[in-house]
Design a protein around this ligand. Structure first.
Ligand SMILES: [Zn+2]
Length: 315
């Protein structure tokens, strides 16, 4: 068995429907404002893969429809640093060193722009100030995400990662409300996060949000207009006007509630099993074994040193 590291869950999508919905501006600003229009695209995963890096080699490759057998899970983490063209992680060069410290980077990348940006996104102001300088010229987006609760979540991501970022969290639909430099994007995220209808994500427990979002998103085929209109109303209430692109990313074959309700396992329970990666939603990988379907948070499996085999499934 080779030593390898899974770097990313990769997918391709197809558009299943699209709707355009409008919300009026809040009463106070009605006379000088035209409200919010949301163009919601509902995408379904049509092909699922894993980005695999063999130990010692900086260049990863994609295995589509993967079968996975984990012989031994080493709890060492591999440095998460990588660099290359935006939006094409499979063309990136990945660090081959073992990570030190909680952030998941090796010594030489602990203060890289990528590491500082992540610390910034988690709320470290000093990291933000360094990241603003190092990431000048890169595009970031602020998004507003409806998870089916009474508030929306406001988040920040690299512009090209928006679809991947939405797919890795429980969501009904999410809209991009700003694209620009990191300093402006972070400033807007903080400002919106203080709004009474928004949260930066800490207020509501993930598990709770996951089930709520899963139940709600399952209605999207028949209720896309209502879902898009609700998102437009949230965005209008946050003080925006204009047209905004929004996305929902649906799993491939399974209902979101099936993925959320499947038995959650830890990495240790997966040793020696033959696993098929059969679906993905809200950052949860649905794995089929000979006996059952189980789910695992992708972060439990990614960036670890594994003694494992990953091969494409043969039909
Ligand atoms: Zn490194």
């Amino acid at each position: 068995m080779p030593l390898l590291t899974l770097r990313s869950v990769i997918f391709e999508t197809e558009k299943v429907l699209e709707t355009r919905q409008h919300a009026q501006p809040p009463l106070l600003v009605k006379d000088r404002d035209s409200g919010v229009e949301v163009l919601l695209k509902v995408l379904r995963i049509r092909r699922l893969g894993l980005l695999v890096q063999e130990a010692g080699s900086p260049r990863p490759y994609i295995v589509w429809d993967p079968l996975l057998r984990l012989h031994r899970i080493d709890y060492a983490r591999v440095c998460r640093y990588h660099t290359g063209p935006p939006g094409k992680p499979w063309e990136h060069t990945y660090c081959t060193h073992i990570a030190v410290g909680r952030e998941g980077y090796c010594r030489s990348h602990a203060n890289s722009a990528k590491a500082l940006y992540e610390k910034c996104a988690q709320g470290s102001e000093s990291a933000c100030n360094q990241a603003y300088e190092l990431l000048k010229g890169e595009e970031f987006s602020v998004y507003v995400l409806d998870y089916g609760g009474s508030k929306v979540k406001v988040g920040l991501t690299q512009e090209w990662r928006l679809i991947w970022r939405i797919a890795e969290q429980p969501h009904v639909a999410a809209a991009k409300v700003f694209t620009g430099g990191l300093r402006e994007a972070r400033g807007l995220e903080k400002k919106l996060g203080r709004h009474r209808i928004a949260t930066e994500g800490v207020a509501v427990r993930v598990k709770e949000r996951m089930l709520k979002a899963a139940r709600e998103v399952e209605r999207i085929n028949s209720e896309a207009n209502r879902i898009a209109k609700r998102l437009a109303s949230f965005i209008a209430a946050l003080g925006f006007s204009g047209t905004f692109e929004a996305y929902t990313i649906l799993p491939m074959n399974n209902r979101p509630t099936e993925i959320v309700k499947a038995r959650e396992v830890g990495v240790g329970e997966l040793e020696l099993e033959l696993l098929a990666l059969s679906d993905y939603w809200a950052g949860r990988m649905l794995l089929e074994t000979m006996k059952s379907k189980v789910t695992i948070d992708k972060n439990m499996l990614l960036h670890r040193l594994l003694d494992a085999m990953v091969s494409p499934r043969r039909e």
